[in-house]
Ligand binder design. Structure first.
Ligand SMILES: Nc1ncnc2c1ncn2[C@@H]1O[C@H](COP(=O)(O)OP(=O)(O)OP(=O)(O)O)[C@@H](O)[C@H]1O
Length: 303
C-alpha cells in the first residue's frame, strides 16, 4: 500500500475541439469537433482506427500542441490560452506521459531509481524514498538498480509509469503503451495503470489499438474521423444467485448540439446512406432508410 500523498485526479474537458494541420497547401482536419469529458479519478481507454485523431488529442492534452479551435481544460487549466510559464508548470506537475517506444520513456544511462528521480530533479525536489515506493507500487522495485537495457519490455513500461507519476501528476496520458509488447505483458502493463489509478487517484487516459484493453478499464471511448463516436461502459453485477459477472454496454456519444455517429455495423446492416428518416417516439428515436416509410406509432398500436 502506498503511503505517499495521493494525487488529486483532474477532470479532462474537451468541447468541439478542432485541429487542422496545413502541409504544403493541403489541410488535414485531424480533430473535427471532438467532445470528451473524463471525470477526476477515472480510467479511460481511447480506441480508434489509424488516423482517427487519437495521438493528435493526446499531444494537445499533454500541452505539446495547441488546438485550432474549441475548448480544452485539464484540472481547470485552459490549454488554449496558457502562457509559456504555465505550460512548463502544467507539463511538470499536472500531466505525466508514457509513450509507446520504451526507449523514449527512460534514459538509457540511468538506472530505474535514477530515472524516476529525474523528473523530480527537473521540478527541483528529489525524494528518493518516494521514487522507491513508486517502483514498489508498480511491482518493479527489483529494477531500481538496473539500466533499461537490463529490464524486459514490460518492466521498462512499468518503470516508465513510475517516472510519469514521479511529480504526483493529476493526469496520466499514455500513447499506445503496450504497442511493443506481447499479449501477456500488455495485460500486466494495463493492470499497472489500473493499480496507480486506484492507489494514487490519478486520472488515466490510455490511447491504444489493443483490443483487450476494454477488459481492464471501466470506460472505452471510440474515436472516428476526429470525433468521439461510441463508448463502452463496463461494470460488475451480481445476479440473484450471488454470481458476479461483467456487463458491457455500448452507447453512442451525443454532443452539445445533438450530433451523433451511428455505429458502422448499424449503417452497414440496414444499408443506410446519404439521408435517413427520423421519427420521435415517446421513449426513443427511430431511424429508417430513405424510401422506407416508418409506421406511425398509433398504427402499430392498433394492430
Ligand atoms: N503534424 C502533422 N501534419 C500533418 N498532418 C498530420 C500531422 N499529425 C497528424 N496528421 C494527420 O492527422 C490525422 C490524425 O492523425 P493522428 O496521428 O492523430 O491519428 P491516430 O488516430 O493517432 O493514428 P495512429 O493510430 O496511426 O497513430 C491523420 O490524417 C494524420 O495524417
Amino acid at each position: 500500500m502506498m503511503t505517499a500523498p495521493r494525487a488529486d485526479g483532474a477532470t479532462i474537458e474537451c468541447e468541439d475541439l478542432v485541429r487542422i494541420y496545413s502541409a504544403e497547401g493541403v489541410e488535414v482536419q485531424a480533430l473535427q469537433g471532438l467532445t470528451l469529458h473524463v471525470a477526476a479519478g477515472d480510467l479511460v481507454a481511447l480506441v480508434g482506427a489509424s488516423g482517427s485523431g487519437k495521438s493528435t488529442l493526446l499531444t494537445i492534452l499533454s500541452g505539446l500542441d495547441t488546438p485550432t479551435a474549441g475548448r480544452a481544460r485539464v484540472g481547470g487549466t485552459d490549454l488554449l490560452t496558457m502562457g509559456r510559464a504555465e505550460r512548463v508548470r502544467y507539463q511538470r506537475h499536472t500531466v505525466g506521459f508514457v509513450w509507446q517506444q520504451t526507449s523514449r520513456n527512460l534514459l538509457p544511462y540511468l538506472n530505474g531509481l535514477e530515472n524516476v528521480c529525474m523528473p523530480m530533479a527537473l521540478a527541483g525536489a528529489v525524494d528518493e524514498a518516494h521514487a522507491g515506493r513508486l517502483l514498489e507500487l508498480l511491482g518493479v522495485a527489483h529494477c531500481a538498480g538496473k539500466r533499461p537495457e537490463q529490464m524486459s519490455g514490460g518492466e521498462q513500461q512499468r518503470v516508465a509509469i513510475a517516472v510519469a507519476s514521479a511529480n504526483s501528476p493529476a493526469v496520466l496520458l499514455a500513447d499506445e503503451p503496450t504497442g511493443e509488447l506481447d499479449e501477456h505483458t500488455s495485460a500486466e502493463v494495463l493492470e499497472a495503470f489500473r493499480h496507480v489509478n486506484a492507489e494514487l487517484g490519478v486520472t488515466v487516459l490510455i490511447v491504444t489499438h489493443d483490443p483487450t484493453v476494454s477488459e481492464h478499464v471501466r470506460r472505452t471511448v471510440q474515436i472516428r474521423d476526429g470525433r468521439t463516436s461510441t463508448e463502452v461502459l463496463r461494470r460488475r453485477e451480481t445476479d440473484h444467485t450471488g454470481t458476479e459477472r461483467h456487463v458491457a454496454e455500448e452507447f453512442a456519444v451525443l454532443d452539445r448540439v445533438g450530433r451523433m455517429q451511428l455505429p458502422q455495423d448499424f449503417v452497414a446492416a440496414l444499408d443506410l446512406k446519404d439521408r435517413v428518416r427520423l421519427a420521435l417516439e415517446t421513449d426513443h428515436v427511430g431511424v429508417w432508410r430513405d424510401g422506407v416509410r416508418p409506421i406511425p406509432h398509433e398504427e402499430t398500436e392498433e394492430r
